[in-house]
Design a protein around this ligand. Structure first.
Ligand SMILES: Cc1ncc(COP(=O)(O)O)c(C=O)c1O
Length: 370
């Protein structure tokens, strides 16, 4: 690829670092709370794993099959080990799926507004993105199944995010099943011509439902999971692509031999085999989500219903969202804002955090009418 072509590749723009924000706003680093990256406020206590010895030891590479991690994930997600590919976070799984199934001139369907990476990894492969808007907020940001099926005719890949970031809306698996059935009947000549459907379930533990069983009927389904959200382990960078073995094989062929480190694999295995850790986190966050939404509503902010660990709040105009966002930032409370050209420019997205951190947010919000 030429240097000019490389420069035009879309890239993910990371949120500013906490150190940067502290210096920029003249705040103490410890006073800054990240309401913008949808992580959990407290990591699980896995000190015993860190204090123990690693097998193989850290001077060696991890085993190429990650057998213990794969077994733990397979048991946790109720799939077979042959269907599990560990990756460096969900983001690597998204990238590998695009590498496996998209090339110059491919078409990738994206239900929007949604997580930015689907467009980025698709366009990086030279694919054209066909955006299919989700229905409006008055219809609960539901998927437009008919429009998706229509756009997916002749497409190679369909990206879905359930529950959806940033709306927090959730489409039940039965409805995704309807889409898969429509795609399958559209691929009249050969089922292998049906598009790959990649469902990013980064937040699925918060709603307790999954499309995973649908892979048995629709073999071109790829489900993406992560330990960054409900498991509160974003720093270890572990996620998974889960699919029927024949669909997973091309994805595996693009992964570097050992992209997940031994320490990360051990922590991930422990978290998956101690399900009470993630379950407790989900229970805490779900309770806080209700409290945060109720309190924000009580002071006149307008949160949309959410099935994830964040809340999308609508303001009367992009200007009022931006000034509320700026006021929060000045107090060290970092919201997710959307650019002026974004369909959610008049919204802020707020991660649900600990009771104390949410209290700071609620107090700061009082001064700002929505
Ligand atoms: C929908 C979605 N998918 C994937 C990711 C990235 O997950 P990971 O940390 O596992 O790479 C995020 C992070 O915010 C996300 O919102």
């Amino acid at each position: 690829m030429s240097a000019a072509a490389t420069q035009k590749l879309p890239t993910y723009v990371w949120e500013p670092t906490t150190d940067f924000l502290a210096a920029h706003y003249g705040l103490a680093r410890e006073s800054i709370v990240r309401f913008d990256v949808n992580t959990s406020p407290l990591a699980p206590d896995l000190r015993d794993v860190l204090a123990g010895s690693f097998d193989p030891p850290l001077c060696e590479y991890p085993p190429s099959d990650y057998a213990s991690l794969v077994a733990a994930a397979a048991a946790s997600y109720d799939v077979t080990p042959e269907e599990v590919l560990p990756t460096a976070g969900a983001d690597e799984a998204l990238d590998l799926t695009a590498r496996a199934y998209l090339r110059e001139g491919s078409v990738a369907v994206v239900a929007t507004p949604t997580y930015a990476m689907y467009r980025i990894v698709s366009e990086q492969r030279g694919a054209r993105v066909a955006a299919v808007p989700r229905l409006g907020p008055e219809s609960g940001f539901r998927l437009d199944i008919r429009a998706l099926a229509e756009a997916a005719r002749g497409a190679q890949l369909v990206w879905l995010c359930e529950p959806n970031n940033p709306s927090g809306a959730f489409e039940p698996p039965e409805r995704i099943g309807e889409l898969l059935a429509a795609l399958e009947s559209g691929a009249v000549r050969d089922r292998r011509e049906a598009p790959i459907v990649a469902v990013d379930e980064a937040y699925s533990e918060f709603v307790g439902r999954t499309v995973l069983p649908l892979r048995c009927d629709y073999s071109r389904l790829v489900v993406i999971r992560t330990l960054s959200k409900a498991h509160a382990l974003a720093g270890i960078r572990v996620g998974f692509a889960i699919a029927r073995p024949e669909t997973l094989a091309p994805i595996l062929s693009f992964r570097a031999p050992a992209s997940v480190g031994t320490v990360s694999a051990a922590l991930a295995t422990a978290s998956l085999t101690r399900p009470e850790l993630a379950a407790d986190n989900v229970a805490r966050i779900t309770a806080q989500r209700k409290r945060l939404a109720d309190e924000l509503s009580a002071i006149g902010w307008r949160p949309y219903p959410s099935q994830a660990n964040f809340i999308l709040v609508r303001f009367t105009s992009p200007g009022s969202a931006a000034s509320a966002g700026d006021a929060l930032l000045r107090k060290g409370l970092v919201p997710r804002t959307f650019g002026l050209d974004h369909p959610l420019a008049d919204c802020l997205r707020l991660t649900v955090r600990s009771a104390e951190e949410n209290d700071r947010l609620i107090d700061a919000a009082r001064g700002f009418p929505a």
